[in-house]
Design a protein around this ligand. Structure first.
Ligand code: AMP
Ligand code: FE
Ligand code: FE
Ligand code: ZN
Length: 297
C-alpha cells in the first residue's frame, strides 16, 4: 500500500531565483541542476522581472524538466512587504512588461540612494561595485549585502540586513511598490495564476487577522497560496493548508532557492525535507485551461 505523502509522479520546485534577480545561478545552470536533481517541473520566479524565465525558455530542450513561466512581485501591504507569485503568465503580455519596467526603474532609483546612505555612514562602497556583483540582472539589497560582506564590513549577509539594509536599518530606503491587488490583477490579466508567496512573512497577531488579509486578497482575485516553503514550520504548513481549503485556493510550493545567496536552502528540498508533489502543477495547469478566460481569436 502507498504510504501517506508518497508520490509516484515526481517532485517540483516552484520558487527559484536566477541571476536575473538575486540568485547566483543563471537560468541555464538552474535548468541543469533541476535535471540533475531529477525534478519534474520548476518555475523561475525572479523579483520583479521575467527575464530569467524568458532566458530559461530559450535554453529549454526536450530533455529538460518542465518549465512554468513565473514571477515574484514585491508589493506593499500597509507598508509591509508582501510578495505575490505569478505562474503560467504570458511572457509577451504588454501591460506586464510595462509595469515591470516601472518597478525596475524604481529599483534603479532606490539603489544609489542606499549606497549614498552607506557612504554617509562612513562605509566605502560604490554603486558600480554592486552592479558588478549583480552580473547585469536586477539589482537588489542582497547584492549590496554581498559587497559589504566582501569588504568585511559585515560577517554575514544577514548581518548586513540587521545592521544596515533591513527596514529599520540606517541605510534602508523604500521604493515604489504595487499594492497587492494591483499585482494580482496584473498577473491575472497576463493569463497567469496569482499566488500569495510565503505567508509566514505576514506579521499578524492572530490566525483571524491572517484570515482577514487572505479574504481581502481573495476578493482581489488571489487564486493560490504557497503552502510548502523552506521556512514554514509544520504548524504553519497545516494552518496554510486549512486556509487554502477554506478559500478554495490552489496550493503551491517552492524552496526560494537563491544559490549561494541563501545559505542552506537547496533546490527541490529547501532546508532538507521539503517535498513538493507534481500534482500541484497539474492543478495549476488545469485551473489555467478551465477557469481562465480564453485568448481572443
Ligand atoms: P529588495 O527586493 O532589493 O528590496 O531585496 C529584498 C530581498 O532581500 C528579499 O527578497 C530577500 O531575497 C533578501 N533578504 C531580505 N531580508 C534578508 C536577510 N535578513 N538576509 C538575507 N537576505 C534577505
Ligand atoms: Fe530574493
Ligand atoms: Fe519572496
Ligand atoms: Zn523568492
Amino acid at each position: 500500500m502507498k504510504q501517506a505523502g508518497s508520490n509516484d509522479d515526481g517532485w517540483v520546485d516552484l520558487h527559484i531565483h536566477s541571476t536575473a534577480s538575486d540568485g547566483t545561478l543563471s537560468p541555464e545552470q538552474i535548468l541543469k541542476m533541476a535535471l540533475d536533481l531529477n525534478l519534474r517541473a520548476i518555475s523561475i520566479t525572479d523579483h520583479d522581472t521575467i527575464n530569467g524565465t524568458i532566458e530559461a525558455h530559450h535554453h529549454l530542450t526536450p530533455q529538460d524538466v518542465e518549465l512554468l513561466s513565473g514571477i515574484e512581485i514585491s508589493t506593499s501591504l500597509q507598508g509591509n512587504t508582501l510578495h505575490i507569485l505569478g505562474y503560467l503568465i504570458d511572457l509577451k503580455d504588454p501591460a506586464l512588461s510595462r509595469t515591470l519596467s516601472i518597478l525596475q526603474n524604481a529599483r534603479k532609483e532606490r539603489n544609489p540612494k542606499i549606497i549614498q546612505k552607506l557612504q554617509q555612514l562612513g562605509i566605502e562602497v560604490s554603486y558600480e561595485e554592486v552592479v558588478k556583483v549583480s552580473g547585469g540582472g536586477e539589482v537588489g539589497r542582497p547584492h549590496i549585502a554581498e559587497v559589504l560582506l566582501q569588504k568585511k564590513v559585515v560577517r554575514s549577509l544577514n548581518e548586513a540586513f540587521q545592521k544596515y539594509l533591513g527596514t529599520n536599518g540606517p541605510a534602508y530606503v523604500d521604493k515604489y511598490r504595487l499594492q497587492p491587488a494591483e499585482a494580482i490583477s496584473l498577473i491575472a490579466d497576463a493569463g497567469g495564476v496569482p499566488v500569495l508567496a510565503h505567508p509566514f512573512i505576514i506579521k499578524t497577531n492572530s490566525e483571524r487577522d491572517l484570515d482577514k488579509i487572505v479574504s481581502e486578497l481573495v476578493s482581489n482575485g488571489l487564486k493560490g497560496i504557497e503552502v510548502y516553503y523552506s521556512e514554514h514550520t509544520d504548524i504553519q504548513t497545516v494552518l496554510y493548508e486549512q486556509i487554502a481549503q477554506k478559500h478554495d485556493l490552489l496550493i503551491t510550493g517552492g524552496s526560494d532557492f537563491h544559490g549561494a545567496r541563501k545559505a542552506g536552502v537547496y533546490m527541490g528540498v529547501g532546508k532538507g525535507n521539503l517535498r513538493i508533489p507534481y500534482r500541484l502543477v497539474e492543478a495549476l495547469k488545469e485551473y489555467k485551461v478551465t477557469k481562465l478566460p480564453r485568448e481572443p481569436i
